[in-house]
Each structure stands twice: as structure tokens, then as C-alpha cells.
Design a protein around this ligand. Sequence first.
Ligand code: ASP
Length: 538
Amino acid sequence: MRTHYCADVNEELIGKEVVVAGWVASRRDHGGVIFIDLRDRDEVVQLVCDPADSIEAHRVADEVRDQFVLIAKGVVRARGEGLENPKLKTGKVEIVVKELKIENRSLPMPFDLDDEKVNEEIRLRYRYLDLRTQRMHKIFKLRSKAAMASRNSLANQGFLEFETPVLTKSTPEGARDYLVPSRVFPGEFYALPQSPQLFKQLLMVSGFDRYFQIAKCFRDEDLRADRQPEFTQIDVEMSFCTQDDVIGVAEQLIRDIFNEVDLGDKVPQNFERITYKDAMEKYGSDKPDLRFDLAMVDVIDIFERSTNEIFSEIAKDKKRNRIKALKVPNGDNIFSKRQMKGFESYVRKFGAKGLGYFQYKEEGLKGPLTKFFSQEDLDEIIKRCDLKVGDVVFFGAGDKKTVLDYMGRFRLYLAELMGLQNDDEYRFVWVVDFPMFEVEDGKVKALHHPFTMPKLNSEGKLEYSDVEDIESIAYDIVLNGVELGGGSIRIHREEIQEEIFKILGISEEEAQEKFGFLLDALKFGAPPHGGFAIGFDR
Ligand code: ASP
């Protein structure tokens, strides 16, 4: 229906006839001559409807309203001097309309399409209009480019694209499944896959060597800003590989995507790595935001020597408990006394029993807690936390899990208050050496999923005294405190898989019923393999 997209109407076409099609972005009647901004997917072009050129087109233009659908035929001409619009690609020209057809009319818009602050409920109710805005088009174009770049990157790296079933059996990521009743087998259900995890492992057993899929996944979890019931993953699996090989593929993929969307200079030459243990102990999170430091320091041994019984008691159990110091450089000048008191109520929300702090003044450390420490130990705190005059140092004490959690949250809260999270900075980090299991209320659970390879001793055996000390070959890629994705090397030998199920308290029958086909497949020459998945929209 058109000869040109609006964006392509430029000076080269001056004097030529064109046909454009799109929606009315605005219409202005300048005493006899009507100007219409016509928008298609990519750009706006100005239509001029002058009765001197076509009485009929001018008559139609008179009826036109915002968001009507038009097809316009006319001749391109240069805009008059001083009337150019440098903001538009088409800003040097306009179309003198000879024929104008209203292809469809529109009700008045229920909200102003140019206003970014419109209430979300209205926007979602009229989602198709929301998606007609330039802002949304920009996002969807970016998304399409990124998907294409992912495909190209993985194809270039030797991966084949697959589709795996959506009506399937339950998969093991640990969320709740969505169920679909079967008509043919009344009372039976399909589960929608939480990820293609089992399928991609089976494809490795089938010898495909390198698999990828831009896959829809379904998890029945509570909504959060970055978590939806259905979402898309770039899902990857490969054979005969080490952790470094898999990480290499993921880094190349990220580099290629960022290059495609003109953010290539944000991706580092070498990605940082941090162990899970360090991430937790220093930043209180397995997805640390490293754009700023504010790292925690261990002071449990110093507090053990204090004359405060609560602290010295906590400090006795160094395996289960933690006492952590968090220094805020220049905090004394940044925060008022009242604000510092308020921090305590912030951490209490996450289980803290209190929040002690010292201020480092010219005269030395000040604060109600100082009286419990010897001068040597106060000096040791200054040294260990590398304090300068004006700094404030906060302390969290209690059981390990609670302290690391609330101090980690407190760290982010402080960073937000201090404006330390720069949106133009991209700080990637791999978190490696995740524990294999976590124990909650006495129940052992797989931290990643039960097919993750645990670290084995030199004889290829699982050796441990405490299941919580078993590490796995699992890794997450984190950007600015957001987990983009993760993966692991998988178990490819049946006897190790059985041992893991045993630790997880999954009986042979249950394992057979749930994952029998995978366990059987491991008996038929499964190669060493591993992979990862990245949440595409993240
Ligand atoms: N299937 C895993 C997940 O969705 C990712 C992986 O291990 O490849 O979390």
C-alpha cells in the first residue's frame, strides 16, 4: 500500500511522488492549510494539505483526528527556510498531499500517548495503544535485535537450535508447576516446564554436542518486578566441556548481544569472578552489586574478647554465627544522628536484634559500645576496618544467615541513600563454587538443581562430613546486583546421581517415577556435559 516508510522520505526524493501510510500523531490547522504528522513504525513525516493543491485532500484532512489511519499520496518538497525540524530524520522535507484516504477512524485516546507518567492500569488495559508509543517500540526493537544477536552468536559458536515440548512432565527447578489437565487421560495432568533442563541433558546423551533454545519457561511463583509466571531464557547446553568452556561461551554471547545494541564498550575484556563464600561473607548476597565497595569485615574474634556478654556469647560459635563490621566512609558527615538511629529500625525488619555503631572522631572511637572493649581492641577495629576520621562503622551480630542477609540489604540501602549505584556502569561478575545443598528446617535441598555436579575428590568420589560443606560446579552471572542467569556442570554418571538423590532424601521409587528417563539415559553413554540459561528480559 505504501511506496516508502516515513523514515525514508528525505531530500533525495524531492520532486518525486510517494505513498506513505500510518497513524496521525498530530494535526494542526493553520488558517486554511492543514499540517498532519503521520507516524508509522519508525518515524514521523509531515503532510501538508493545502486546498490550492487538492481541494478534496484538504476536505478529508479536515475530518482527520489523532490516531486515524491514513494513506497519503503526494510529492516531496523541501521545507521552507527556518521551518526545518532537526529532531526528525525527515525534518528537512514534507509531503504535499494530492490524495488522502482515511483508512480507519479512531475513538479519542483514553490517555495521552506521549505522557510517560500515565497510570499503569490504564496503560495495561489499553496495552495495544501503550505499545503504539515510540518508547515501547524502542524497547521491542532492542529486544528483537538482542534475540537475533543471541541466535547469531550461538550459531557462530557451533550451537544448534532446538524446540522442546511444553506439555510435559514436571522439571526440577524447585518452583511450583503450572498444570494442564489431559482430556485423553482424565484426572492426569501435564506440567509446563520450569525450564528445558531435562530435555537439553537428554539431547547431550543423543550426541548433539551443542544445544540452544530461546525457551519459554513457566514457574508458579509470587510476582516481583523482575519475576513473571512465564518468561524467556536463552538456554544452552554443551558436551565434553569444563566450567571455563561454558563460561567462555556465555561471555562471548553477552559480548555479541551488547555489541549489537551498541553497548559493546560496557562489556569487560575479562569478567571478574568471586566465590559464593566470599560474596556472602563480604557483601551478604549471592548476587553482589560491585559498582561500589562497602564490603563487610569479620570482627568476631575482637568481639569475643569484649566484656559484653551478648557479643562474647555469639562469638563463641564461629561456624554458626557472625559478627560483621560495615564501614561507611565519611558517614559521620553524610548522615545525621537521627538517620543513624533510623538504620536500626531498617535492619530490624530483616531479623536484626539491633545495630551498633562507632563513630571515628579526632579523639578516637565513640559510641555506647566502646566501653566493652580494651584500647588495643579498639585500635584493632580501626586497623582492620581501615578507618579514617569521619568514618562510621556499623556492626551486625547473630546467626550467620540472618546477619549476612540484613547486613547485605543494609549495604544496598546505604548505597541507594548515598547515590552509589551508577546506571551507566555495568559491573559483571561470575559467582562460582556454589554449595551443592542448603538445609532448611532440617530438610536438605539442592541449591541449583539435583543434576548439578558436586566437587569430587581426586578419585572421583564424593567426600564430606557435613553436606552443607559440599561445593558444586555451579555458577551465576550477575550484573549490577541482578542475577542474569546461571548454570552448572551436570552429573553424567549414574552412581553419583543416585548418591545425590539419597542425600536429598529422594527414594529410588520417587527418583524413578520423576526422573527415571534421565537416570536410564545416564546408563547409555552420557557424555560429560554442562550449560547455563540467561533470563532474556533481565
Ligand atoms: N535450567 C537451569 C535454570 O533454569 C539453568 C541451567 O542450569 O542451565 O535455572
